[in-house]
Design a protein around this ligand. Structure first.
Ligand SMILES: [Zn+2]
Length: 337
């Protein structure tokens, strides 16, 4: 255990540059891996964007990412994304949302930012025959990411969108699946995406929905909050505002149906009360009582989570959202003079 948590910073608003904030949630902590450090969520007085503030410095973030996304479960994560029924369903679901604006075709070149093992890329290439590239900070997942058995290979870049060597305007679709909220400067990332897209190119962003009902109920225990890795907490309004500021015309917005929210957040709250070991701890640490609570939550999941998530999704109050923007200045759908 770290004796003292890493240093923190309080940056200005990434959307409007404002310095005036009011705190909307105090005492936010890492409730999943239980690493030390207390943070707050603050709303910008200029544009209403909610960010983690104070938050870890760039160097400090490494401490919170360490062993959080890779490690022992690496092979299981790869299998989930590329081969499991559920993982493949999630990728196809995302492509179906994209198709509400425009389906992919063999002429497209898609770039997935935060691509991990290439689950979305695999689904996109298999469904449409498009060209694809991926960017991720995790070198381990890039090395073992999906490659098609035939056709052009997928180009993966270990790093960020900023240091990706790509010609301006060379891409037609850029996707940020649950990655923009991790970015230290999401505005800069969207502007960079805009510079890489061709005219009319699409930017598809999926992030947690800070307006979700379970967020209001569970507060700091809401699973998609994921403090402190998540640095920006978008509402549908603030996501659309940032995409517009980066040069996109928002063509489609919706919530997403991901039934892993209410009961999982309840589990996080209970784990805190019962002082059960953090996520990733060896199972032998668990007592029979912990196992009983887990089984009760599992039963609750099946009778409650799926119907409640379906209802919240219908009402636009589920915990995840998608927005698709088209790069302004596109030649299609321009009013004729
Ligand atoms: Zn602001």
């Amino acid at each position: 255990m770290h004796a003292s948590p890493p240093p923190q910073a309080s940056p200005p608003c990434p959307l409007c540059g404002g310095q005036a904030f009011h705190v909307v949630l105090e005492g936010a902590r890492d409730h999943v891996w239980r690493k030390p450090g207390r943070f707050a969520l603050a709303r910008c007085e200029g544009c209403a964007l909610v960010i983690t503030r104070p938050r870890p410095t760039l160097e400090g973030l490494g401490f919170y990412y360490d062993n959080a996304y890779s490690g022992q479960s690496e092979e299981a994560t790869r299998h989930f994304q590329l081969s499991s029924r559920l993982g493949r369903w999630i990728s196809r679901y995302r492509l179906a949302v994209l198709a509400k604006v425009r389906p992919l075709s063999p002429a497209d070149h898609l770039l997935d930012v935060g691509c991990s093992y290439g689950g979305l890329i695999k689904a996109a290439v298999e469904a449409s025959g498009c060209k694809a590239s991926g960017v991720d900070l995790d070198e381990g997942s890039i090395r073992r990411a999906y490659q098609p058995s035939a056709g052009p290979p997928v180009a993966y870049h270990h790093g960020t969108l900023d240091d990706l060597d790509a010609p301006p305007g060379g891409l037609s679709v850029i996707t940020f699946m649950e990655s923009l909220e991790h970015h230290p400067d999401p505005m800069a990332a969207l502007r960079r995406a805009a510079s890489l897209l061709a005219e009319g190119g699409l930017c598809f962003v999926e992030v947690p929905n800070f307006n979700g009902l379970w967020r209001r109920v569970f507060g700091r225990f809401w699973l998609p909050l994921l403090i402190p890795q998540h640095l920006t907490h978008f509402t549908p309004q603030s996501l659309a505002a940032m995409m517009r500021a980066a040069g996109f015309e928002v063509r489609h917005q919706q919530t997403m149906f991901y039934p892993l929210e209410g009961v999982a957040s309840l589990g996080l709250a209970l784990a805190q009360c019962l002082r059960t070991p953090p996520f990733g701890a060896p199972p032998s640490w668990r007592t029979p009582f912990d196992i009983l609570v887990f089984l009760l939550l599992l039963a609750l999941y099946f009778v409650f989570e799926i119907p409640s998530q379906a209802l919240l999704h219908l009402l636009g109050l589920s915990g995840h959202q998608a927005a698709i923007g088209a790069l302004k200045g596109s030649s299609d759908e321009q009013p004729r003079k």
